[in-house]
Design a protein around this ligand. Structure first.
Ligand code: MLT
Length: 312
């Protein structure tokens, strides 16, 4: 009887509102991306998808909540690189990022930029790099908590330039950007999906792409590479998950809706407008996300161990 009811519920799925958890605060890049995909996917699924920001502890609080939620297809998680790095940097997590989740598929990949408060002294990228090398101990950098993309970028920045700024954690880079615009902190490494509006509105000073090449969306912004900072290349992927045990027919319906969302012209245009891009439909699958997460865990484990931040 259980099997029959299970397959019946899979056939009816979705028959009620779906919750998509975003483990960072409203107003940040994760929030923007999650809302965009929720509105695109609900068109295919024919049910409302409500985005719930469950922030804190580098994204691990929201992730833990989804891990222990009902595996019925109505509790989803949109998360990024921190699904790999939280488990390497935060003690006693109540979940395993691989064992406790069903991957649905990859959604986007996007770049990061270094932005400062409006009155930060250096002029231009080279002067910025020279200034940071000299004054790194005196500056404050915001991030979204241990293992977040902004935290990882800050660590890479510190390692590459040999500096030790004060790192200030927030519940997301939405709140961090507000403090940056208010002049309370000096610097933020964040995804363009969070910073593009503030850059275009001239409310922060963009100094460099946190990568090896320029962005089509910000053609006048040099890369760190151009200022002699080699080997610095970070881009942030987002993927969609459900709790372990969510039935395969439901996962397949969600993966199909995600594969349609990455082809949605609204999604493509909106993401390109903020310097990001949807993945190809072939990557919006459980197998590709499973493989990608494992690769990221394999890549970051030695990096985080060598930085002395590994906790497991
Ligand atoms: C991060 O990892 O920095 C987060 O994506 C920030 C956010 O989305 O608020």
């Amino acid at each position: 009887l259980a099997i029959a009811s299970l397959s019946a519920s899979a056939q009816e799925y979705p028959s009620k509102i779906i919750t998509m958890a975003m483990p960072y605060a409203p107003g940040g890049p994760g929030d923007t991306i999650t809302r965009l995909f929720a509105s695109a996917m609900q068109k295919t699924l024919g049910q409302q998808i409500v985005v719930e920001n469950v922030a804190g502890a580098g994204g691990s609080i929201g992730t833990a909540k989804v891990a222990r939620s009902a595996p019925d297809g109505y509790n989803l998680l949109m998360i990024h690189i921190s699904h790999a790095t939280n488990s390497l940097m935060i003690k006693n997590l109540s979940y395993d990022p691989v064992k406790d989740f069903e991957p649905i598929g990859l959604a986007t990949v996007g770049p990061m930029v270094l932005v400062a408060r409006k009155d930060f002294p250096p002029v231009g990228t080279q002067e910025f790099v020279d200034y940071i090398r000299k004054n790194g101990e005196k500056i404050s950098m915001g991030n979204a908590g241990a293992g977040s993309a902004s935290h990882l970028c800050s660590l890479l920045f510190m390692e590459t330039l040999g500096i030790k700024p004060t790192l200030i954690p927030y519940k997301g880079t939405g709140p961090a950007l507000n403090d940056l615009m208010g002049g309370q902190i000096d610097l933020l490494c964040d995804q363009t999906t969070g910073t593009m509006p503030a850059i275009k509105a001239n409310r922060v000073k963009a100094y460099a792409v946190a990568g090896s090449k320029r962005l089509e969306s910000l053609p006048d912004l040099p890369s760190l590479n151009e200022a002699g900072v080699k080997g610095f290349d970070i881009s942030i992927w987002f993927g969609l998950y459900a709790p372990k045990g969510t039935p395969k027919p439901i996962i397949d319906k969600l993966s199909d809706a995600l594969a349609k969302a990455v082809l949605d012209p609204v999604v493509k245009e909106r993401l390109e407008g903020i310097g990001s891009a949807p993945v190809a439909p072939a990557l919006a699958t459980p197998a590709k996300l499973r493989e990608h997460l494992q690769n990221e865990i394999n890549m970051f484990t030695p990096l985080i161990k060598s930085a002395g931040l590994y906790v497991n």
